[in-house]
Design a protein around this ligand. Structure first.
Ligand code: HAM
Length: 420
């Protein structure tokens, strides 16, 4: 019978890769809580409208990439393509804004986008997402970016590129919109079908287009930072000054518009050449009207999402291996009585949180010793029916290959002592 494989673009994460993932998650919990963030867990499925209203109807994500279905003929639901919209939905639904003026939330989990799979791009991928709701001052932007850089640094990633831009606000966008529309109108026949359609609906999205001729046109287009109003310019300059205050190098990238409609003012990405074509490991930015657009009060926000798979690909497996410990003890039991005694001892030690392994099949001593070695056990206890009759067992220290006899009566205490 033909075997069933995973769905295209959906991948398994296997050990020891999962050790690395856990290490990354633990570092995120530790660093984010130091910066005052609390974890939030949100559903994988939301009403489709949530993403249409937040990410934007004319973005690639909403137009082409969402997994949307009608639930039993009742309502349109979507597997979340990102976390920000869901975090805001939960923030409003549970009136978290009423409880405190500043809310810092983070979440880790799978997202779904029906993109063309390739190295570093999947249809189910994971994000580490952090959001700050409340303040709109530039120091908050810098604080969030500094947390991100600190987190990446803790994972050993130091030479990454930080690119920043400002997308302005409702004041400065109209002038830019006009300039870009009149620039693109003159070149309309050279644009792809999608861009022609987006030209009047959402001209900023032309910057996202991957078609070569569109990219060539966009390379000469007017740039948003040249249209910033006084307040946005001041805000952006202050973000840069703060980053410099902390000696955090960055590059200005006036063409970075990000692929989601909700952004205002500061946007940023972290990239690495190491990743090849899909080089963005982090994307983020400010969204000062999203909470209002989703039906809440006028509360500002800023956040980022780290692509888990891309992050993990940059971290050598050895980093996680060092943190993963093998068992303290492997019990090699030979014979029926020995197997039973070993099983009892194994369970008693595990109840005391000591990592113990054994083999229930009573295979040869040689193959059991091989397994103990493979598991990187610190000690191996050799227990045969003969040893049990003599009320003793042999304890082998794996690193030095030395062994000694120990009495069965004090076995448990000895192992507990060794495990300390
Ligand atoms: P985004 O740029 O769409 O932003 O995604 C953030 C990161 O998720 C990307 O930089 C990339 O590392 C990873 N990523 C995205 N799509 C894929 C994929 N198909 N396969 C693998 N990795 C992928 C957002 O999602 C915003 N919600 C970020 C944000 C939070 N802005 C404010 N708050």
């Amino acid at each position: 019978m033909e075997s069933i494989t995973a769905v295209k673009g959906f991948k398994d994460v296997l050990p020891p890769e999962t050790d690395k993932w856990r290490q990354i998650e633990m570092t995120a919990h530790e660093v984010f809580s130091t910066f005052g963030f609390k974890e939030i867990r949100i559903p994988l499925i939301e009403k489709t409208e949530l993403f249409c209203r937040s990410i934007g109807e004319t973005t690639d994500i909403v137009e082409k990439e969402m997994y949307t279905f009608i639930d039993r003929g009742e309502e349109s639901l979507t597997l979340r393509p990102e976390a920000t919209a869901s975090v805001i939905r939960a923030y409003l639904e549970h009136a978290l804004h009423a409880a405190e003026a500043v809310t810092k939330l983070y979440t880790i989990g799978p997202m779904f986008r029906r993109e063309r799979p390739q190295k570093g791009r999947y249809r189910q991928f994971h994000q580490i997402d952090a959001e700050i709701l409340g303040p709109d001052d530039p120091r908050t932007d810098a604080e969030l970016i500094l947390m991100l850089i600190h987190f990446l640094g803790k994972l050993g990633l130091r030479n990454l590129n930080l690119e920043i831009n400002s997308l302005g606000c409702a004041q400065c966008r109209p002038a830019f919109r006009e300039a870009i529309i009149s620039f693109l109108r003159g070149r309309e026949e050279d644009l792809c079908g999608d861009c022609r359609r987006r030209l009047s609906a959402n001209p900023l999205r032309v910057f996202d287009c991957k078609v070569e001729t569109c990219a060539e046109i966009v390379a000469l287009a007017p740039l948003l930072p040249d249209f910033l109003c006084g307040e946005c310019r001041g805000h952006f300059e202050k973000v840069q000054a703060c980053l410099s205050l902390f000696d955090r190098p960055f590059r200005l990238n006036a063409k970075m518009v990000r692929g989601l409609d909700y952004y205002t003012r500061t946007t940023f990405e972290v990239t690495s050449e190491f990743l090849g074509a899909q080089n963005a490991v982090v994307g983020g930015g400010r969204y000062d009207h999203l909470v209002r657009d989703l039906g809440g009060p006028d509360i500002a926000g800023i956040g980022f999402a780290i692509g888990f798979e891309r992050l993990a690909a940059m971290i050598p497996q050895g980093v996680a291996d060092a943190a993963v410990q093998g068992p303290v003890l492997f019990i090699a039991a030979l014979g029926e009585r020995a197997l039973e005694t070993a099983f009892l001892l194994c369970n008693r030690l595990r109840m005391k949180s000591i990592r113990v392994e054994m083999d229930h099949t009573g295979r040869s001593l040689k193959s059991q010793m091989k397994r103990a070695d493979k598991l990187k056990s610190r000690y191996t206890l050799i227990l045969g029916d003969r040893e049990i009759s003599g009320n003793k067992a042999v304890l082998r220290t794996m690193q030095t290959s030395t062994q000694e006899e120990i009495g069965l009566d004090c076995l448990e205490e000895t192992i507990i002592e060794l495990a300390r």
